[in-house]
Design a protein around this ligand. Sequence first.
Ligand code: GUN
Length: 290
Amino acid sequence: MNPKIIDGKSIAQTLCDDVKQATTAFIAESGIVPRLDVIIVGEDPASRVYVANKQKRAESIGFKGGITRLPVTTSQADLLAAIREKNADPAVHGILVQLPLPAHIDEHLVIQTIAAHKDVDGFHFDNVARLATGTGGGYAPCTPAGCMHLLRTVEPKLDGAHAVVVGRSNIVGKPMGALLLAANCTVTMAHSRTKDLADMCRSADVLVAAVGRPEMLPGDWVKKDAIVIDVGINRTSEGRLVGDVHFDSAIANARAITPVPGGVGPMTIAFLMANTLDAAQKATATQAAA
Ligand code: GUN
């Protein structure tokens, strides 16, 4: 019997240990050190913490790379130039531009400028299309990939389950829907305009909350024995960190549920590390074949 609270921190640690071991072997074999370059524009405090955590983890695994911190006034042209420089550098295997970007910069253009094979975030059209069509060979976005991994620790057989995803962002909601569909779930994409959201959630065997609103989903929206994946990380006015689901009431109904913090959050970084190693391995294999 799985524990009811899904321990994302320890599951992510196991994944990172595996990536570290595989990285050590890859470096020994190829002499190449995987490199992840992260770009952040502006001073958003949450983004700065996320980026620092990614960098710390990358270092602990043995990757090269670092953070390029650009001022909030950086022009779009300068940001695109910085990306193109990294695209052209064969020593760089993964590029991540932290989102959101300042309003004067076109986020879509920035993402499409990153070379698809270095887009370890999985946001480039090429990677999105590979995921949507089931073509494979690309990168799935790290947060939904992490959610799928957590789900499978509880229930490896997701065939036919009704999965309800609340939230339709490009970073989480939409790719989450694609991954659940690929796992043979019957997927409902719900959002702020969904009618009877409570009843919709109550029909879910798998409920994924990715709306970014503190404790918006109360426990009585959770079907008995549903698996609940809470992607939200919200700070309340009293300074508490909470998810999109009201954890204390939801846990009574759920078969398993992710906590906040310590659920989905650490998984995002673990999959970023796995994607970066994969990018380095693929780049090296491509160079060897050329
Ligand atoms: N902002 C919030 N989540 C993410 C993410 O997974 N990747 C990037 N690049 N920015 C984010």
